[in-house]
Design a protein around this ligand. Structure first.
Ligand code: C2E
Ligand code: MG
Ligand code: MG
Ligand code: MG
Length: 287
């Protein structure tokens, strides 16, 4: 049976594909289109030290779908990963980043380092690794303003490659963070080999920390290992004051989460950078 086409021109029914698969295929098409229109943008979530000073930000992709409105990254990033579109998306968002950096520069703001999420797909093939490096060079994205976040799974896989992405980026002077630590392959032996600057503890360990003795023991152990290997510890998903207090007592170095700041539009980050230059600090601990 052929696919039927609704009055708006999109497929409304297909016995071959399930409805969910059909919707997925359509969303993938739309995402492909979004790479060449204005519907993708970056927002920036600050990381703060214990004094409330913003030390860096993390760039997070946002997609404003023309019909559906905001699509969650939890939906479109996995879709982009599965379809391979993530490679183009990753290069496209670097362009967006370069544009935002230029705007902040024109406002006379001192740049804050930006952390960028790298997908394993961008690391796998020598050709993709080279494309990424070429893009960094072309856009003038230097290690002073850019760092990378990779998940444990990506790092683990990448380590096996000759001329791994990690090695290439480090040779170029970029620093790396281990993202979502504790949710993937947590082999302690590779922590030492990786030489990452930061270790970001996933928010599943952070949320409700103050009420969970088990989580507390784990976080305490992670902090100790990270510090012994000269890594900074970042807590992701800091929302509650009680969790912040707990993290602070455990000597966590940096804090990121809705309790301190939501991801910000470029203009809102500019305002925060300006305020910080004038001595303002975030409300620490969060209320
Ligand atoms: P991630 O790299 O671990 O990013 C942190 C995620 O946690 C973000 O979700 C952020 O909005 C969310 N978050 C931060 N603080 C809190 C909090 O206090 N509570 C809760 N509940 N959530 C918090 P987001 O923006 O939805 O992104 C989800 C994931 O999608 C990211 O996880 C990252 O893995 C991926 N992602 C986002 N943008 C990009 C991108 O440009 N490229 C790639 N490759 N992946 C991206
Ligand atoms: Mg991240
Ligand atoms: Mg993370
Ligand atoms: Mg995460």
């Amino acid at each position: 049976l052929a696919k039927q086409t609704g009055k708006d021109g999109f497929q409304v029914y297909s016995p071959g594909l399930g409805a969910a698969q059909e919707a997925r295929a359509r969303l993938e098409q739309d995402l492909r289109a979004a790479l060449s229109d204005q519907h993708l943008r970056l927002v920036y979530q600050p990381l703060f030290d214990a004094s409330g000073r913003m030390v860096s930000v993390e760039a997070l992709a946002r997609w404003a779908h023309p019909q559906r409105g905001a699509v969650s990254p939890a939906e479109f990033i996995p879709l982009a990963e599965a379809s391979g579109l993530i490679v183009e998306l990753g290069l496209h968002t670097l362009e967006l980043l370069a544009r935002d950096l230029e705007q902040w520069r024109q406002l006379g703001l001192a740049p804050v380092p930006v952390a960028f999420n790298l997908s394993s797909r961008q690391c796998r093939q020598p050709r993709q690794r080279q494309r990424l490096l070429d893009t960094l060079t072309r856009l003038g994205l230097q290690p002073e303003v850019l760092e990378f976040e990779l998940t444990e799974g990506t790092l683990f896989e990448d380590l096996e490659a000759p001329d791994s992405m990690v090695t290439l980026l480090q040779q170029h002077g970029y620093t790396l963070s281990i993202d979502d630590f504790g949710t993937g392959y947590s082999s302690l032996s590779y922590l030492r080999r990786l030489r990452c600057r930061k270790l970001k503890i996933d928010r599943v360990f952070i949320h409700g920390l103050a009420r969970s003795p088990d989580a507390r023991v784990l976080v305490e152990a992670i902090v100790r290992v990270a510090h012994a290997l000269e890594m900074q510890v970042v807590a992701e998903g800091v929302e509650a004051r009680a969790d912040w207090d707990c993290l602070n007592a455990l000597h966590c170095d940096l804090y990121q989460g809705f309790g301190l700041s939501r991801p910000l539009e470029p203009s809102a980050l500019a305002t925060l950078l300006q305020a910080q230059a004038e001595g303002a600090r975030a409300q620490i601990p969060p209320r």
